[in-house]
Write a protein that binds this ligand. Structure first.
Ligand code: IPM
Ligand code: MG
Length: 358
């Protein structure tokens, strides 16, 4: 029997509801496949500000560092909108990414056959399937560059600097090429090299790394064009590698093509095997506590954890299959509800996935 220690940052809004379902799924996987998952609940985000005055208490960071992986719900909400910038709930997320060294963010955008109707694009554009993986750089660029206020040409101004080192671009490019080798051997690197110096450097460095992967077809695309192409012809993409801020934006766009942001998981990985796994949706405070949030993204995040951090492929497949079965059986949370389907809440959706898990 293998044992795994998982730090759980349930966070704010719908975070606690969806992580509860994700934990139940892991417990069932443990029973079925004889693993022991131990959960250690820690505070980060708005709830941590309320309880301790800090968005990312030292103890939380220590527990997350010690854990084999972190499961995160979501952080933030209007309640903390007036908190100072460096203590906002979102800072906890950035702090965890930075302090745990999680520089590679994998965001799959997959259309489930059963949900082809939920895709807002015309069927002739997507068919009934789509499988894109966005590899987003997560600990560099404008999110972490020098920032502040200064006297500018027109008086006081604020600035955030976009900077990328060769090391940072190389390691994220490597991640993208490695995952591409496991998929269709196609990488699109997205930048703004027609304007930004940091993008020209990004492109040159990605081309350098590509030499080690002669089997992978590499193309480059400006981010504005990529935003358009995702709608015009998303099927041309397989792996997209891009900077922190471009990845943030394009992954929301890609998620919408799949029908609902409530379906998509993500993995944040670093040099060690440990990672942080979270749904890409936010805390959705408007629907929190009503048992209507979609737990699928959180549940699929546990499948990514099993696959990428614990190398439990068979177990990860079982979770993905259970989700597919529930969708094929016609069960829908309100965000993906359509005519003729059976509407269920967060808990029931979780229970159904447990039921189909074998
Ligand atoms: C994301 C989110 C975060 C980001 C926010 C909440 C800080 O939008 O994970 O995509 O911008 O990275
Ligand atoms: Mg985002």
């Amino acid at each position: 029997m293998s044992e795994f220690h998982i730090a759980v940052v349930a966070g704010d809004g719908i975070g606690p509801e969806v992580t509860e379902q994700a934990i139940a799924v892991l417990n069932k996987v443990g029973e079925l496949f004889h693993h022991a998952f131990h959960f250690n609940k820690v505070l980060a985000g708005g709830c941590a500000i309320d309880a301790t005055g800090k968005c990312l208490p030292e103890e939380t960071l220590e527990e997350c560092k010690k854990a084999d992986s972190v499961l995160l719900g979501a952080v933030g909400g209007p309640k903390w909108d007036n908190v100072a910038g460096d203590q906002r709930p979102e800072r906890a997320l950035l702090g965890l990414r930075e302090k745990l060294g999680l520089y590679a963010n994998l965001r799959p955008a997959i259309i489930h056959k059963a949900l082809a109707d939920a895709c807002p694009l015309k069927p002739e554009i997507t068919g009934d399937s789509l499988d894109i993986l966005i590899v987003r750089e997560l600990t560099g660029g404008i999110y972490f560059g020098e920032k502040g206020y200064r006297e500018g040409k027109y008086g006081q101004e604020a600035f955030d600097i976009e900077a990328y080192s060769e090391m940072e671009v190389k390691r994220i490019a490597k991640t993208a090429f490695e995952v591409a080798m496991q998929r269709n051997k196609k990488v699109t690197s997205v930048d703004k090299a027609n304007v930004l110096e940091s993008s020209r450097f990004w492109r040159k460095t990605v081309i350098e790394v590509a030499k080690e992967y002669p089997e992978v077809e590499l193309t480059h695309m400006y981010v504005d064009n990529a935003a358009m192409q995702l709608i015009r012809n998303p099927k041309q993409f397989d792996v997209i590698v891009t900077s922190n801020i471009f990845g943030d934006i394009l992954s929301d766009e890609a998620s919408m093509i799949t029908g609902s942001i409530g379906l998509l998981p993500s993995a944040s990985l670093g040099q060690t095997g440990a990672g942080m796994y979270e749904p890409i949706h936010g805390s959705a405070p408007d629907i929190a506590g009503q048992d209507i949030a979609n737990p699928v993204a959180a549940i699929l995040s546990t499948a990514m954890m099993l696959k990428y951090s614990f190398k439990l492929d068979k177990e990860a497949d079982a979770i993905e299959k259970a989700v597919t079965s529930v969708l094929e059986a016609g069960y829908r949370t309100p965000d993906i509800m359509s005519e003729g389907m059976k509407e269920v809440g967060t808990k029931e959706m979780g229970n159904l996935i447990l039921h189909f898990l074998s």
